[in-house]
Write a protein that binds this ligand. Structure first.
Ligand code: THU
Length: 134
């Protein structure tokens, strides 16, 4: 479920963005099953390829602080865009690694738009560890 707290955390994270090349600020917050939250923003690089999206920064922070057992219940992504941006394909795949079965993804912006999906809607048939266990 998206709450005002999660929305505000994602918008605040967006303001921290390092995005001199695209000039597009992105913020994200993830809520874990244990109730803890981690934020991230996009961090760009002059090599372009070294750029990391806000969603992945939030997930890297959560794993590095909480360990490998994290379960992502909710993701909120904030941009200045209207309609708000969806997560890129790489981020959907990274979210897939840690998403709960019912993980929700909410897209927000500063003018109050909210678009909500399940992770399953945004990445049906995601690749996961079951393919490797043969
Ligand atoms: N970006 C994100 O942070 N998340 C996404 O899911 C899509 C793209 C960032 C990467 C780059 O800094 C900028 O948006 C333009 O692509």
């Amino acid at each position: 479920m998206i709450t005002n707290t999660l929305r505000d955390l994602a918008i605040a994270a967006m303001e921290k963005s390092y995005s001199p090349y695209s000039t597009k600020k992105v913020g994200a917050v993830i809520e874990l099953s244990n109730g803890s939250t981690f934020t991230g923003c996009n961090v760009e690089n002059s090599s372009f390829g070294g750029t990391v999206c806000a969603e992945r920064v939030a997930i890297w922070k959560a794993v590095s602080e909480m360990g490998p057992g994290i379960a992502v219940k909710t993701v909120v992504v904030a941009t200045d865009a209207s309609p708000p941006w969806v997560p890129c394909g790489i981020c959907r795949q990274v979210i897939n690694e840690f998403a709960t079965k019912t993980c929700e993804i909410h897209l927000v912006n500063k003018v109050g738009d909210v678009k909500s999906f399940t992770h399953e809607q945004l990445l049906p048939h995601g690749f996961d560890r079951s393919a490797l266990n043969r």
